[in-house]
Ligand binder design. Sequence first.
Ligand SMILES: [Zn+2]
Ligand SMILES: [Zn+2]
Length: 386
Amino acid sequence: MPVINRIADYYDDMTAWRQHLHENPELEYDCVETAAFVTARLEEFGVDEISQGWAKTGVIAVINGKSEGDTIGLRADMDALPMPEETGLPYASKIEGKMHACGHDGHTTMLLGAARYLAETRNFSGRVVLIFQPAEEGGAGAGMMVEEGLMDKYGISQVYGIHNMPNQEVGTIETRAGPLMAAADVFEIEITGKDGHAAQPHLTIDPIIVGTAMVQNLQTIVSRTVDPVDSVVLSVTRFNAGTADNVISDRAKIVGTLRTFKKDVRAKAMERLKTIMEHVAAMYGATARLDYQHGYPATVNDAAKAAFATKAAAEVVGDDHASMDAVPMMAAEDFSYFLQEAPGAYLFIGNGPSAGLHQTTYNFNDEISPIGASFFVRVVETAQPV
Ligand SMILES: [Zn+2]
Ligand SMILES: [Zn+2]
């Protein structure tokens, strides 16, 4: 079964919505105009309930089915990125330094397409809760919605989301059981030594020597602490120290990212990081302080829901174009917060040949909007039949 015919008819409208959103990107929690646009469309479609102001600018809509039943959640992110656009498109960003470079304009459009169809047809039981969230790109908008009680208030029993993927074949849909994307934490280490003249190193405690030893030893977390079958990334991305060529400074700062898929691996790696930091500092007579910031948790699909969503996808794109063999990524995604509350799945939809996500020449492929919308609809109609 291909794209739902009625949704294929929306193609021109969806393209117009998407390109309007693309022209008017907004950042993080500041999705005011985007939320107003989404709300206006939802009102036109005749959804049963709209609730604004979730996570500041998020929009929730409810569509009731033909009979009693469960509540299913579908999510799209709405925010753009703080970067210039260099696509040269006629509908390129009108706002300097802001760009829809992750395709959230397309995600919002796909969910709007599904909303329109579901409000027209209502061939499902229970109800659908549509989640339009701000602040996926840092800020954890999904986390804020969860904290505000979204999942409990509506009793969402399963939840689905989809992200476009450049250079994956157009319209193919992939996911996998278990971890799909990583937890991404940030560590900041501040080393304090003793300053002095560069010609008298014996009277100093050189924080650069301490820091370089720390950077070297931190790499052993990946190579010698964690089971080799578990994926971990530890990257030191900043190392700042010193002010002059003849001064040994008294402090250095090391900043990096630690990415993991499993909770126990995350905890173990963090613990080891702290131990290495303290002992390396002590070895040189320095001290060190750790500021560890937990970022988005890992995006972990429920195995049964991932299989179910793949089957629903296959009904739209065919068996050959829906798979559970997606390769996990060490990037992070805040849909993870919803998946901590209810079983569900996150999936990737092929954007075709294109620049990568977060590149200045990236663009969402409008051809896939009806496919994504049809996917959402099939998920609802199959999960909650009348
Ligand atoms: Zn992104
Ligand atoms: Zn994204």
